[in-house]
Design a protein around this ligand. Sequence first.
Ligand code: ATP
Length: 403
Amino acid sequence: MPVIQTPASHGADAPGEPVIVLDGVKKRFGSFTAVERAHFSIDRGEFFAMLGPSGCGKTTTLKMIAGFEQPSEGRVVLESVDVSRTPPYKRNVNTVFQQYALFPHMTVAENVAFGPKSKKVPKSEYTRRVAEMLEVVRLGDFAHRRPTQLSGGQQQRVALARALVNYPSALLLDEPLAALDLKLREAMQFELKRIQREVGITFVFVTHDQGEALTMSDRIAVMNEGRVEQIGTPEDIYHRPASLFVASFIGTANLLPGELAGRDGDDVLVRLEAGGTIRASGGGTSVDDVGARPEGSPVSVMLRPERLLVSNEPTGAGISDGRRLSGTVEDLVFQGAAARLSLRLADGTDVITHVGTDTDLPFLRPGDTVEVTWQPGAAFVLPGWPPRAGASSTDVDQIEAAL
Ligand code: ATP
């Protein structure tokens, strides 16, 4: 599909050039700080998600980019221009909210044409753009319907077309899929990504749904209590989290506390509270941070459930180089292609693993002893101790929800 040549994508702008820069941006409401010194940039054509629990400051950050809130400190730079004090209607960004607020008395085409028409774009030009955007969102055949004659997903796509038709430098999306039911939301995740690739416009997407962020984004900023804890690709965030918060917020993580017992090349050795010494890597800067700490410092080892190999017969694998744990079976929950196995280590720590249902393992019974190993590099070290040792609590919630 061709990339639509918007005014913003013409000319000397190189890919990878920042479209939005948050330069030390802080937002206070009275004595409360909603956003702490956000300092990052978003590139042209990027699908960028801001992810975090309710109240972490995602929407406030988005509103400062849109112009609905002004920073208490720092600058918001859009297309190399400081727009910190520029009102929303003078910024070349458009926002799509959870409530689409389409004009009910106008047709789909009239809704989409509204922006360029009120900006006095010539009729031939906006007619062409409206037709183009209705094709992009696959609503070409619905141009003459009214919003009430459309499904939720179709209305959502009209809202997108209505924003994209202005050829904004960036499209800001605040939980735009939250009003849709689960099936439609999943379908729209792929649809949104397709639309973004097709138009080549920067999308900044706010969500508290990690699955949504991981599925669609080029990069994700994970926020917690007003701070950006990590910015990275979905892969980075998942496999190389920068903090215990990121590790436990994204997916399921087994977090095993221990103390730093030494360093061996790029790896660190961790003496676990649960017993035994584990070899763990830290990938980028984290291992340097952790490895540089004195021996005895509190650290945690993160093991993702799907990277653990379970055996009900002793294999001897991983014993000599710190890649082995043993535990007893607590519970086994079938989830279609995989089963979720809960284990308990000798000190009572719970560990979750995923096992294929085509193995003999589903015949395991509570109380059976098993051993767990993993490939070199699958154990990741993080500074500090989690509030609770073992499988992250999101996981327990998911199990409860499944039951
Ligand atoms: P959610 O997912 O629930 O929308 P969020 O991460 O988007 O959460 P924000 O809406 O950015 O969170 O709010 C961050 C914090 O700032 C919250 O504690 C919120 O109560 C507070 N806050 C937001 N707007 C205001 C305001 N106008 N006045 C005072 N406090 C505010």
